[in-house]
Ligand binder design. Sequence first.
Ligand code: CU
Length: 149
Amino acid sequence: MSTKNKVAIFSVLAVLTLAVISGTSIIVVGSVSARNSTEQQSSEAGSTSSTAAGKVSIIEEASEMGDQAYDPNSVKVKSGDTVTWTNDDSQIHTVTSGTDSSDPNTGKEFDSSMLSQNQTFSHKFTTAGEFPYFCQLHPTMVGKVIVVS
Ligand SMILES: [Cu+2]
């Protein structure tokens, strides 16, 4: 093969390579923007999580976190499932059924009482429905369990 032919082949290969690279980057850009729009859709759909069903963390600095204090909020489980809360904060918190301490049914469904750091509380949900709960020490901390049959 002559040197001239080699150069010609190299040039063709170089052009093809460039085409592939630019084509790839277009595909990458396209998939990234597609993924971003998917993420926006899922966040618009709400923060209800079914992947972490049954496990809820009381996050660090929970007393300042309002409806983010219990993660995930809300948590969706099936009737008969047990939800376990873990206090991952350094402060003491509670997991108490009801909307706030003025709720006449406060604590009737479930009440962890004081949970120190790393302590857990579990409750089995046997009836479908929505179960709001809060922290008796920091009533701005609110969460919800959604039980489906
Ligand atoms: Cu608290």
